[in-house]
Design a protein around this ligand. Sequence first.
Ligand code: HEM
Length: 501
Amino acid sequence: MVSMTRNDQSTQGNNSRTQEENSRSGSPAVAEVPDCSYPRFLGTLRDVVSRSYRGLSLTPKYKPLYMSRFLEEKFLVVADLEAVHEVLDNSSVFVNKDAAPSSMRELFGEESLFTMDGEEHARQRSIMRPAFSAVLRQSYISTAQDSSRRMLDYISECMRSGRKFDTHRVFEQHFISIIIQMTTGRFLRDSSLSESEFNHLASLYTDFNKGLIALPFFPNRLRAIKAREELMMEYEKKIEETLVRSKEEIDLLRDTKGIEGGSSDIKFDVLTAMCAASSLSTGSRIDAKSHRELRTMSQLLLLLWFAGFTTQTNTLMNCVLEIGLNDKLRKSLVEEQQVVMTKNGNELKVSEVLREMPLMTSFVHEVLRMYPPVPTWFKRASQDTDILGFTVKKGQRVMLDLAGTMRDEAYFEDGQKLIPERFMNNPRIEKYKTTPFGGAGNAHYCLGSQLALLNLKATMCTMLREYDLELDQNQSKKHFWIPEVLPASGVRFSRMERRAA
Ligand code: HEM
């Protein structure tokens, strides 16, 4: 027996068709929420082995709501896009605390931004916010372009010399490199960070990530916990170093009320800005009293690095696959960029990247619609409430099917098809651009959404403008969904060469 019924009335044997019929006829009486614990949301063992995503077939069949299991825990699945937004827009009722499956809660910890709400959540968000300040954006765009050139030259060199490389790994390194640069001002190939140190860091993140959808006591999960502890220790060390090394900048930022307070000429990296927004004292070693704040700061860094790592890598993989296999799209994107660059003296500026390339913008949102790097997300009802008129009891955990609902034909014509121009001049679906990032009305809305769009577009702009690339034409367009949404056979270049200047 499932506790969710619409208006507390239940009817036997209902499905989404009868629900639609009922709401069209104005009848309030709709069925019990179907229970699809078998086959489960993540699917049967066969689905897991074939790495497909059962939600894509369950959601159209049982929308708008059904019960299912995810990692052996029971959730109310929200399988309709408007209902997803109803939950996301109502963050005072649908909270993050105790919402996610235990593997995720264990890995992030109870005191992570992801897993807390209310005042402490708002306070921690404000410590992290300077990292995404508009003042820093122009430096991010040049960082992204420099790092892209390094990455693409590396691929090109590997291809010339016949050295094997894994595109996914190279893209991961690109984004970690950007995050390291933005947080600490250091680059991957700086003398201060050796390649082996870097690879070690990247593998800790990979291990951490793999633990997120692992069952308890699986080796993946234990490895992930170990990786998390090592990363946290590393961050604590970095924060302590910054408090001593950047004392002057931190004090100045505090005096001038932070980045947005007009301190744009102060030289700082994100870690310095975050230290300034924290309550940690500068210049001296951390005492026992401040240890909790130090732990908070390293949790925030863990999240900052983690959140921007696989999400951007996987989206870039999916974007490059589409560009590589669609000549017309590639040409149109190059032309669009040329117009903007010519107008602006051959420089790529933030405002253009974010606002003046409608095809590029629409294309990235369309890739995120088809292949959201966070396909499901979790919330918990903190009081008795309802979703689309269905009663939801306090404590009920809900799983938002961001991937399945974003392909719903009721909202997106030819929803299963990738149409790069879909989001151009289309006010009807404008709001859903924010869905893959957690929905704009949500207190936990992705802090890095603008940064992600900037990085992804700047990377693709550099790639299209400065390099000739081709993909192996036999490359499959199939996707794997487990553990991440990625091209099944990776991305295989058959050509990558820097164009003569
Ligand atoms: C395509 C890329 C990305 C996608 C699709 C994405 C998606 C998401 C989603 C779905 C959430 C959860 C919202 C919730 O809890 O309700 C989230 C939160 C978050 N994201 Fe992103 N993200 C992306 C990139 C980034 C980047 C690059 C960063 C930073 C470097 C970042 C930082 C964060 C942070 C800090 C949060 C937690 C916000 C909070 O709990 O208050 N994200 N993101």
